[in-house]
Design a protein around this ligand. Structure first.
Ligand code: C2E
Ligand code: MG
Ligand code: MG
Ligand code: MG
Length: 274
């Protein structure tokens, strides 16, 4: 317990300075249409280039950021940075590229997530239709009036809503409609085990069928092998994301990847259902 506390205090102290010292970075991982291979969007993923330590992933520090409240300024920075980058890519010709940003439940609980989103859009000039917010089922389960209001407000503006890590929480499909979700992202654990056990493929298949019936888009996370991609294709999955296609990359690298892959015109029109 002492070690855990020391880690918390030490990480919190180091994290407190990251925004001023520009130690935070966003990496971007493509999301593709499984049928055509077209790039539909990218997900922004937070990294901390910590001096003397190296490049840290969210698992190394997100819990501390959330428990200390530092996730609020950090989350606002993520939104601003991701929207600016998406606006720059729009100007460079990838007009339909969707930028997906992860939100923490703490950002909802402590309020002002609304304002952070509006500020990022206003500051960058990014059309709301190009922004997708990824939230987890735990936010929906809070079920509070304020959360519902925020989600409805975003929907009205044209902002997209994706349910992340779907299948790991407790929410029912009924929730999805009620909260105005546009997309579900099947958690990596089901995708990883799709050939390893008998339950996972049945669960994935059911999720895909429900999503189709509800006219929700669906993305499979963590696709690592061609065999998994082929199974997903047979099941009728729309979109994929995973190391098989691309790892999360810094912006300049992602841009080179996009250029090498296909010309900007091939990015799907954002309204297209996949
Ligand atoms: P997530 O939103 O479910 O993001 C997907 C995670 O899976 C990313 O991990 C990504 O690098 C990883 N991934 C993608 N494809 C594969 C694959 O084929 N194989 C494997 N093994 N992993 C794959 P990452 O970047 O470490 O992020 C972990 C989690 O941290 C994210 O899960 C998200 O919940 C959270 N997170 C990331 N960035 C932010 C942020 O800016 N704000 C907040 N609040 N949370 C964030
Ligand atoms: Mg996500
Ligand atoms: Mg996920
Ligand atoms: Mg996750």
């Amino acid at each position: 317990m002492k070690i855990a506390l020391m880690r918390f205090l030490e990480t919190r102290e180091a994290l407190a300075g990251v925004l001023q010292q520009t130690q935070l970075e966003l990496y971007y991982q493509p999301q593709l249409d499984l049928r055509t291979g077209a790039v539909v969007g990218v997900e922004a993923l937070l990294r901390w280039r910590r001096p003397g330590v190296g490049l840290l992933v969210p698992a190394d520090f997100l819990d501390v950021a959330e428990e200390s409240g530092l996730i609020l300024p950090i989350g606002a920075w993520v939104l601003q940075q991701a929207c600016r980058q998406a606006a720059a890519w729009r100007s460079a010709g990838w007009a339909n590229l969707i930028m997906a940003v992860n939100l923490s439940a703490v950002q909802f609980r402590q309020g002002r997530v609304n304002e952070a989103v509006s500020a990022a859009l206003a500051d960058s000039g990014l059309p709301p239709e190009n922004l997708e917010l990824e939230i987890t089922e735990s936010i929906l389960l809070q079920g509070e009036e304020a959360v519902l209001e925020t989600l409805a407000n975003w929907k009205q503006q044209g902002i997209r809503l994706a349910i992340d890590d779907f299948g790991t929480g407790y929410s029912s499909f009924g929730y999805l409609k009620r909260f105005g979700a546009d997309k579900i992202k099947i958690d990596r654990s089901f995708i990883r085990d799709i050939h390893a056990d008998v339950e996972s493929p049945a669960i994935v298949q059911a999720m895909i069928q429900f999503a189709r019936a509800l006219r929700l888009r669906i993305t499979a996370e963590g696709v690592e092998t061609p065999a998994v991609a082929e199974s997903l294709r047979r099941m009728g999955c729309g979109q994929v994301q995973g190391f098989l296609y691309a790892r999360p990359m810094p912006a300049p690298e992602l841009e080179r990847w996009l250029r090498a892959r296909d010309n900007p015109a091939q990015v799907l029109p954002s309204g297209e259902a996949t």
